[in-house]
Each structure stands twice: as structure tokens, then as C-alpha cells.
Design a protein around this ligand. Structure first.
Ligand code: ATP
Ligand code: SF4
Ligand code: MG
Length: 359
């Protein structure tokens, strides 16, 4: 699908907040495991990342890599009875994995909001759209019914719903799929969250509306200095709106850095594969695309070494005393990639084998 991204202009990457100093959100060694009849699904398995105020972190990775599960954990959305969670999630000075439900309830829809991948998860069929959009505003701001309704209409207008004063009284089934997604975005933005987690927020929307929504998120960020996590399959969206990037594979981060670093000088063979699969970034859609061969590993029994090893074209090229099949590569704390190739090998392989395909 083609996507239009707003121009970042003089956005935070150039002039605004940096990724130095204390992050607003800090996730460390997060594991989210689901025991099932077939075994334990290790959906997230040792994930660490940071998000700063005023900056947008783009999280990319194939379907099933754990992007949604990891971010739902920040909001405490998994059933504690059927999920094993370990690691730490710090939101400023608050630790969230051990926080009581009451604390999380106070955060949700207020300081931290999420735009869900599937609008039907967030909207009940039994209440009007307006009432649902207004709910966090009434709950967290103590607004009256009338104030909340006015704010709902204002938010519906902001996300581009025509005749908002009339549509506010519609039920979700009276909205199209794209309108429901916009209604959910309105609900997530109603309390001007400090951290917004946007899980594929623009997938069901047409190109013009996508650009409008991405602009709206950047406005929120510029006005309130919000931190944004943008989960997307679309590296075009990442290059348009994100400052930092985290590349996920099989429940872990395999590469991280600023957008300029990761998109211009990627260091992980998986990121190379993602980039060569992206027509918008390659600039020449007529050339054959180079998809990543094979499928992601089973999360029930992930490979003991590098999780990407079964699909990696470079697996045999690392030093003699290192085995991609049995030695798990670590991701450096700052910028870098979880890969055994030396810095020199990465530079050479990228320049000689990957870069020519990106032109
Ligand atoms: N409650 C659950 N029980 C068992 N497995 C689960 C559960 N929830 C998610 N999973 C599995 O965890 C893995 C990660 O899922 P997740 O939804 O985070 O992927 P994703 O990266 O968001 O993918 P997509 O891009 O398709 O949205 C998947 O294999 C999924 O099937
Ligand atoms: S560690 Fe080995 S298998 Fe994994 S990405 Fe690097 S070269 Fe490929
Ligand atoms: Mg998802």
C-alpha cells in the first residue's frame, strides 16, 4: 500500500528534543510469554528500548514480531492470569510491570493512550461514538456531559469526520471502517496524552487522510512535547514521522538508531531485507523487489543462536570462531545491530551488495 507522510520540516530530529538525557519511557529486558496447550509462546523475549519526550520512535518488523504485544504490556492490557511478564517498564519514575491496576487505569487514556490496530477492539457497538470518545475526558478531566460532547465534536472535526455535530450521535456500525479508525484516534487524543502509542494508525485510511492523521500526531507532539511510539510496516511512514527506529524480529530488537542512521546506514541483514522490499524508499518500483526469503521462526522454540539465522544470506560469513546458529548476538545499548558480522563486514556488504539495489 502506498502511504503519504507529512514533511517533517523542522521537526524534532533537526532542532527539537534529542535522545539524550533521561527517557520518558524506558523498557528493559521485557519478556511477555503466553503459556498455551502447544507450549510457551515467547511473543516478546528480552526487549529493551527508550522513548524521549518530543520524539517519535518508529517500531518496524514483520507480522508476529511482537510489536503489539510489547506495547499493550506498557498499558497493562494482558490478562495476568494467562500471561507471564518479566522485565521493567519505567514511565518517568513509575515502574509499570508491578503497578497496581488502579494506577494503570489512571494512566490509560490520560497520560498514556493507544491507537489500536483494530478499531473494533476499542469501540463498543452499544454506545454512540461521541459518548465513547468523550469517556476518557469525563473520567480523567471531570468534564460535564455537555463539555465532553463539545470536545468530542471538536475531536471528530480534527480527525476529518464530516458533519461532526451530527455524526457524534451515531453508533460505530453507522461509521465506515476508516471513520471508525478516525473515531478511535480522536478518543486516544482527547486528553492530550504525554505518551501516545499508535499501532498501525493509518492502515485502513486513504492516502490523503493518512497524511492528515500523521500531521495531527505531529501537532500533538509539537504542542505538548508528547512522546510517540509509531508501530508500522511502512518504512515510508517511519522516514516521514519518526526520529528513532527500533527494528523487531521474533520478539526482540535487532537494530536501533536514529532514522537517518538506520535508514541510510542499516547494519542488520534483516533491516537490509526490509529496505530492499520497500518500493517507496527504493525509488524505482519497476525493479524486482527482493523479499526476505523464508518465514519467521516459531516463537514456541526459537533458534538458540541468532533468530534470523535460518533466513540470513550472510550466516556463513562471520568469523570462524563464531556460529550464528548457536551464539546469540547481543544488541549494543546505544546505536547498533544484534549481528555477529564485524563493523567492517557490515559496511562492505551494505555498500557492495545492498545499496545498489536501493537505487
Ligand atoms: N494471547 C496470546 N496467546 C498466545 N499467543 C499470542 C497471544 N497474543 C499474541 N500472541 C502471539 O504473539 C506473537 C506476536 O504478536 P503481535 O500481535 O505482537 O505481532 P505484531 O508484531 O503486532 O504483528 P502484526 O504486524 O501482524 O500486527 C504472534 O505470534 C501472536 O500469535
Ligand atoms: S548474526 Fe549471523 S545470522 Fe544473524 S543476522 Fe548476523 S550474519 Fe545473519
Ligand atoms: Mg500488531
Amino acid at each position: 500500500m502506498t502511504t503519504t507522510s507529512p514533511a517533517k520540516g523542522s521537526g524534532p530530529a533537526e532542532q527539537g528534543p534529542t535522545n539524550e538525557g533521561a527517557p520518558f519511557l524506558s523498557v528493559r529486558d521485557l519478556r511477555v510469554h503466553f503459556p498455551t496447550d502447544d507450549g510457551v509462546v515467547k511473543a516478546v523475549d528480552g526487549l529493551s528500548f527508550d522513548v524521549w519526550r518530543g520524539r517519535t520512535l518508529g517500531i518496524v518488523g514483520e507480522s508476529g514480531s511482537g510489536k503489539s504485544v510489547a506495547n499493550q504490556t506498557i498499558l497493562g492490557l494482558h490478562n495476568p492470569g494467562s500471561t507471564r511478564i518479566s522485565g521493567e517498564i519505567h514511565l518517568e519514575d513509575q515502574e509499570l510491570t508491578t503497578a497496581p491496576e488502579r494506577t494503570l487505569e489512571q494512566l490509560r487514556g490520560n497520560k498514556v493512550a493507544m491507537i489500536f490496530q483494530d478499531p473494533l477492539t476499542a469501540l463498543s457497538p452499544y454506545y454512540t461514538v461521541g459518548r465513547q470518545i468523550a469517556e476518557p475526558y469525563r473520567k480523567h478531566r471531570g468534564a460535564s456531559r455537555r463539555e465532553a460532547r463539545e470536545r468530542s465534536i471538536e475531536m471528530l472535526a480534527k480527525v476529518g469526520i464530516p458533519h461532526p455535530a451530527r455524526r457524534v450521535d451515531d453508533y460505530p456500525h453507522q461509521f465506515s471502517g476508516g471513520m471508525r479508525q478516525r473515531a478511535m484516534i480522536a478518543m486516544s487524543l482527547i486528553c492530550d496524552p504525554d505518551l501516545l502509542i499508535a499501532d498501525e494508525p493509518t492502515t485502513a485510511l486513504d492516502v490523503t487522510v493518512q497524511a492528515q492523521i500523521l500531521d495531527l500526531l505531529l501537532e500533538l507532539q509539537q504542542e505538548f512535547g508528547s512522546a510517540i511510539i509509531m508501530i508500522t510496516h511502512d518504512l515510508g511512514v517511519v522516514s516521514g514521522v519518526a526520529d528513532d527506529v527500533l527494528v523487531m524480529y521474533a520478539g526482540r530488537a535487532v537494530e536501533r538508531g536514529t532514522v537517518a542512521e538506520v535508514l541510510r546506514r542499516p547494519r542488520h541483514p534483516y533491516t537490509w531485507g526490509l529496505l530492499t522490499s520497500m518500493p517507496r524508499l527504493r525509488g524505482d518500483v519497476d525493479q524486482d523487489l527482493v523479499p526476505i526469503a523464508g518465514t519467521p521462526p516459531s516463537l514456541l522454540a526459537p533458534p538458540p543462536g541468532c533468530p534470523f539465522e535460518p533466513r540470513c544470506a550472510y550466516a556463513g560469513e562471520v568469523a570462524d570462531d563464531v556460529s550464528c546458529a548457536t551464539d546469540r548476538p547481543a544488541l549494543p545499548e546505544e546505536r547498533g545491530a544484534a549481528c555477529h558480522l564485524t563493523a567492517e563486514q557490515k559496511r562492505t556488504f551494505f555498500t557492495e551488495r545492498i545499496k545498489p539495489r536501493l537505487r
